[in-house]
Design a protein around this ligand. Structure first.
Ligand SMILES: C[S@@+](CC[C@H](N)C(=O)[O-])C[C@H]1O[C@@H](n2cnc3c(N)ncnc32)[C@H](O)[C@@H]1O
Length: 218
């Protein structure tokens, strides 16, 4: 944490477990409705999650899109171990590629123009330079492939504090975390995707504190 203000430690066992346990709350019906509105249901062979955490979203997405390959990328070995198990237990994928990478310091070892569906959930606010990071993602997405970003957004601190309190965070902690966790507005995320090369970028907010943003690589 010394190098990046506010950044969380994703190697702590309890945190890793909490991330997995809260999956259904974070990826709730409102998320999936929005996801379905912004993405088409057609099949997508190669799916990748940048900052995959426990890999539960990647497993669900792989099944939804009838994927044959999934690429799970994260800087936390603990998260990647869980992601490997999630993908093995929950999918029938032909290929599972687990990659340990710190997006702030290393380049991504994935073939250029190879990903049909790329995703990042609750992590864009964590990277040091979102536009450098998204530009890297862009390189690896195929033509006609899409990138979906899901994150907390700025604009309604009170709603954020209320929602986090309901989910067990203290009000004080929620207020302290707000500037970091809600770093971007939905419009900011659209602008980051556009700057990085994506077209047809669209955002939909959920309850004023979350947004799903999608961009297309032409
Ligand atoms: C809040 S968790 C979300 C995990 C998962 N996307 C989910 O929603 O369940 C953020 C994840 O991003 C990863 N992460 C954050 N910054 C990163 C970086 N610079 N490089 C690689 N992974 C990073 C963390 O290790 C962690 O697993």
């Amino acid at each position: 944490m010394a190098h990046h203000h506010g950044k969380a430690d994703w190697t702590d066992d309890e945190r890793v477990q909490r991330m997995a346990k809260s999956y259904n709350v974070r990826y709730d019906d409102a998320f999936w409705d929005t996801f379905d509105t912004l993405t088409s249901g057609e099949s997508r062979s190669v799916v990748a999650d940048f900052g995959c955490g426990p890999g539960l979203l990647l497993a669900d997405v792989a099944n939804r899109f009838n994927a044959h390959s999934a690429i799970a990328l994260d800087e936390s070995e603990q998260m990647l171990a869980l992601a490997k198990t999630s993908l093995e237990e929950r999918t029938n994928l032909q290929s599972i590629d687990i990659q340990h990478v710190n997006f702030d310091a290393e380049t991504i070892r994935v073939d250029p123009d190879s990903i049909d569906f790329a995703f990042s959930g609750f992590m864009l606010h964590e990277v040091a330079s979102p536009s450098d990071f998204v530009s890297q993602v862009y390189k690896h997405v195929k033509s006609n492939g899409i990138y979906v970003v899901y994150d907390f957004v700025s604009g309604n601190e009170e709603m954020f504090v209320k929602t986090m309190s309901e989910q067990g965070m203290s009000e004080e902690q929620a207020r302290k975390r707000y500037p970091h966790m809600c770093k971007h507005s939905a419009d900011d995320i659209v602008a980051i995707l556009e700057t990085s090369g994506f077209s047809n970028c669209r955002a939909q907010t959920i309850g004023e504190i979350r947004a799903v943003v999608v961009g297309l690589k032409r």
